[in-house]
Write a protein that binds this ligand. Structure first.
Ligand code: AMP
Length: 295
């Protein structure tokens, strides 16, 4: 069925309320927030929500608050018609597509900041980014009031930040982390992949390829510093790759693992995350490892 397209906050609230009234206590609402230019990764979140809820709301909003002054807000890819088609094919019931003015009718005087978790990784290289994310997601949570919200582990730090925010603020929503969807050759799907030239696209494979070697390197007994050096070396083998960061952190607290200890002795999950530029395009990828997988 064609999803209902809603552009106004008030209308969205009415539609969701009407849905809940129809079967009180039974109908659960799933929510998938996105910035559009949808791909199979987004589709996997929508399908998961459809399988677990009576109503699935997808939002498409390129949020200016989470882009830095020199980032790609203006040129971020947009294609509403194609997005609605993919939303329909994946089973979304409502697609919420607000304008910037609808989401921010007056200058924001309120900001949601999640401290510490946002100091490292993407938080360090994109100052203010996670304030923008946490602020818009908390606004969307208040508008949609979902029972569950679906986020991709492709953005593992974002999942950690949003999960912590909802706990800290007692927002009654279950955060559901979903696995990263990849191209057949391993490249993590991203709306930004369209920016890549054919040569950059080819060299970008080094990200998933080096991450695929991480479990073996950890099994070999590497410490955090040794692993970071090994990954950096592997990525530098591609001349177009310009490393932003390669970091290893505990998950979901995102603290530094003990420097001297082999990572395979970790008792907590480990996140190995990287951000690498190819030309103007900044790509991220990661692998999340649980203690049983690295021993
Ligand atoms: P974005 O539109 O890039 O803001 O992403 C919206 C949601 O889709 C976020 O929760 C992302 O983590 C998730 N997502 C993006 N790419 C992927 C992917 N390749 N696999 C799974 N989820 C993804």
């Amino acid at each position: 069925m064609t999803p209902l397209i809603v552009r106004r906050v008030a209308e969205l609230r009415e539609e969701i309320e009407a849905f809940r009234r129809r079967q009180p206590g039974k109908q659960e609402v799933g929510f998938v927030p996105t910035m559009g230019y949808l791909h199979e990764g987004h589709a996997s979140l929508i399908r998961r929500s459809v399988s677990e809820n009576g109503l699935t709301v997808l939002s498409i909003f390129v949020n200016p608050l989470q882009f830095g002054p020199n980032e790609d807000f203006e040129r971020y890819p947009r294609d509403e018609r194609r997005d609605v088609e993919l939303a329909e094919a994946s089973g979304a019931d409502i697609v919420f597509i607000p304008s910037v003015e609808e989401m921010y009718p007056e200058p924001m005087r309120t900001k949601v900041t999640v401290s510490e978790l946002t100091d490292r990784l993407c938080g360090a290289s994109r100052p203010g980014h996670f304030d923008g994310v946490a602020t818009v997601v908390s606004k969307l949570f208040h508008i949609v009031q979902p029972d569950r919200a679906y986020f991709g582990l492709k953005d593992a730090q974002q999942v950690a930040v949003i999960a912590r925010m909802t706990r800290d603020l007692h927002i009654p929503v279950d955060i559901v982390p979903c696995p990263t969807v990849r191209e057949a050759d391993g490249l993590a799907l991203s709306s930004r992949n369209v920016y890549l030239s054919p040569e950059e696209r080819k060299q970008a494979l080094v990200l998933s390829q080096s991450l695929a070697q991480v479990p073996g390197w950890i099994e070999d007994g590497m410490t955090e510093a040794e692993l970071a050096v090994r990954i950096r070396g592997r990525i530098r083998s591609q001349p177009l790759a310009d490393i932003d960061y390669v970091e290893i952190a505990t998950y979901p607290d995102l603290t530094q693992p003990p420097a001297e200890r082999p990572l395979r002795e970790s008792e907590v999950p480990l996140l190995v995350a990287l951000a690498v530029r190819f030309g103007k395009t900044r790509l991220i990828d990661n692998v999340l490892l649980f203690p049983s997988e690295v021993k």
